[in-house]
Design a protein around this ligand. Structure first.
Ligand code: GLN
Length: 491
């Protein structure tokens, strides 16, 4: 079969069960594609071809012996923020250019236990700070829909690899939009679960009170498959919540009827449709809202905190946490160390200024400033209070609606090398970061194209309501075709 790279996870599961192809054949097919096409996309930092072939062979043997794990032998790949035992884990940084993790992140372990095959580690903005994947030490990632454009970030490698047909699904992390925005730019579905749903153990920390791992796929169904394998309580992460994980796939299976969204109240916050939003993107979002209505949903107008305030709050608190988290990279214990340090002070300063890129240094400086004596109350404590008010606004909105719909990003993917200022790039996160400040689950799904480039709609759920997000997107996808469109290089 020559179209193996276009199959959904469900189709792969069926194909493997029917012996239409083996996991090894599928894995080889995908590895060959990566080999011939990824030089133009740069989505992988490390391809673990030998390991993947070994695992695929083993999966085929286990299947033949009656192992019935549904995801056994299904390929995927990990964002390079997740520690993988014995495999390079760079976090997109020169600082970790030689870091081979001695242990697996919990999600890496969970996904391997489900029988999935990892093809390698995906490119990303350095330490997950960025929105365009131009901030990687390992080079920019190119958007498969238009190689001159950014794939979004920071999980740009994950999004590009799925959109290029290298893997059906991939992991990502989302601290302020890093799954949803690249999903939007690359025509994919991407879900960031509720804070606490997925373990952060072994995920290199950026801003710990925001960071959450999640999944990319072509559809809500594919995302549900990967998220199911990742999720669950982990005593190794003190913020992991001991709560039963629903059977998301089972729930999606049950969706039926002529008006499957009947009774669903979709909240539309006018603050998220203001001046910064590209008019063509806005029109696509409005079209999608009409589809929701046709499928039985009711639109309700709700208020959320002005996203400009949300943006300022995030860009104060996230760098503050980052400045503290990144202090561990000191050139002494592991990672990059400068040549010939004169003394200890020189070792610290040069290792950090040579090992970190400009954006990471900017965030460390901003964060350290906000936390410093004299400014702590004025900036950090104040922003924490605003964070609570932002959550309150979401909770208030959810008194009159079940789910909130907004644009995922104000524009479609922009050109690589446009040299936007940091502030202009931060503006691109304006609709996604509120969710992280409030710890809510959120999903982006494709709703059309502007100038041949994908547009994503963001759904935001109540805490722990991943089911509602997946179901709503699934119903939309069962009745539309946007998620089935693929970039030319996939066809
Ligand atoms: N673009 C945002 C930032 O640069 C979000 C990043 C993320 O979610 N990891 O901080």
């Amino acid at each position: 079969m020559s179209n193996l790279h276009t199959l959904s996870v469900q189709e792969i599961i069926t194909g493997l069960a029917n012996k239409d192809f083996s996991s090894l054949e599928l894995t080889n097919h995908l590895l060959n594609r990566i080999d011939s096409l990824d030089k133009d996309i740069n989505s992988f930092i490390t391809v673990t071809a030998d390991l993947a072939k070994e695992q695929a062979k083993l999966a085929d043997e286990l299947r033949a012996k009656g192992d019935s794990r549904p995801l056994l032998g299904v390929p995927m790949a990990h964002k390079d923020i997740f520690c993988t035992q014995g495999v390079l884990t760079t976090c997109g940084s020169k600082m970790l250019y030689n870091f081979v993790s001695p242990y697996n992140a919990t999600i890496v372990e969970n996904i391997a236990n489900a029988g999935m095959i990892s093809l390698g580690k995906l490119n990303m903005d350095e330490f997950a700070m960025g929105s365009d994947n131009e901030k990687s030490y390992y080079g920019a990632v190119h958007n498969p829909w238009d190689l001159e454009r950014v794939p979004g970030g920071s999980s740009g490698g994950s999004a590009a690899a799925v959109a290029a047909g290298f893997v059906p699904v991939a992991t990502g992390s989302d601290t302020g939009g890093s799954i949803r925005q690249p999903a939007s730019f690359c025509g994919l579905t991407g879900i960031k679960p509720t804070y606490g749903r997925v373990s952060r153990f072994g995920m290199i920390a950026y801003a710990s009170s925001f960071d959450q791992a999640g999944a990319f796929g072509r559809s809500a169904l594919d995302c549900a498959c990967l998220l199911q394998a990742m999720s669950g309580y982990d005593p190794k992460d003190s913020t992991s919540v001991n709560k039963e994980v629903p059977d998301w796939l089972g729930e999606l299976d049950k969706v039926s009827g002529d008006k499957p969204l009947a009774g669903l109240r979709v909240g539309v916050p006018q603050e998220y449709f203001g001046t910064g939003l590209n008019a063509d993107v806005k029109a696509k979002i409005e079209d999608a809202l009409k589809v929701y209505q046709d499928l039985g949903a009711t639109l309700v107008y709700v208020h959320l905190t002005d996203p400009q305030i949300t943006l300022a709050t995030y860009y104060l608190l996230a760098p503050a946490e980052a400045s503290s988290n990144l202090s561990r990279f000191d050139g002494v214990r592991y990672g990059y160390r400068c040549e010939n340090p004169k003394d200890l002070h020189d070792l610290y300063t040069r290792s950090r200024s040579e090992g970190f890129g400009a954006e990471v240094q900017r965030r460390i400086i901003m964060g350290t400033y906000a936390l410093s004596a004299g400014y702590f109350d004025a900036y950090y404590v104040k922003a924490q209070k605003v964070r609570r008010l932002i959550l309150n606004d979401f909770l208030k909105a959810f008194e009159t609606c079940d789910i909130i719909a907004t644009p995922t990003a104000p524009t479609v993917a922009y050109k690589l090398g446009e040299n936007l200022s940091p502030a202009e790039i931060y503006m691109g996160d304006v609709y996604t970061i509120g969710v992280n400040l409030a710890g809510l689950p959120s999903l982006s799904h494709p709703v059309g194209f502007v100038g041949g480039l994908p547009v994503g709609l963001q759904l935001i759920g109540k805490h722990w309501a991943e089911s509602e997000l997946l179901k709503t997107a699934h119903v939309y996808q069962a009745n539309t075709k946007f998620h089935q469109e693929m970039a030319d290089l996939v066809k």
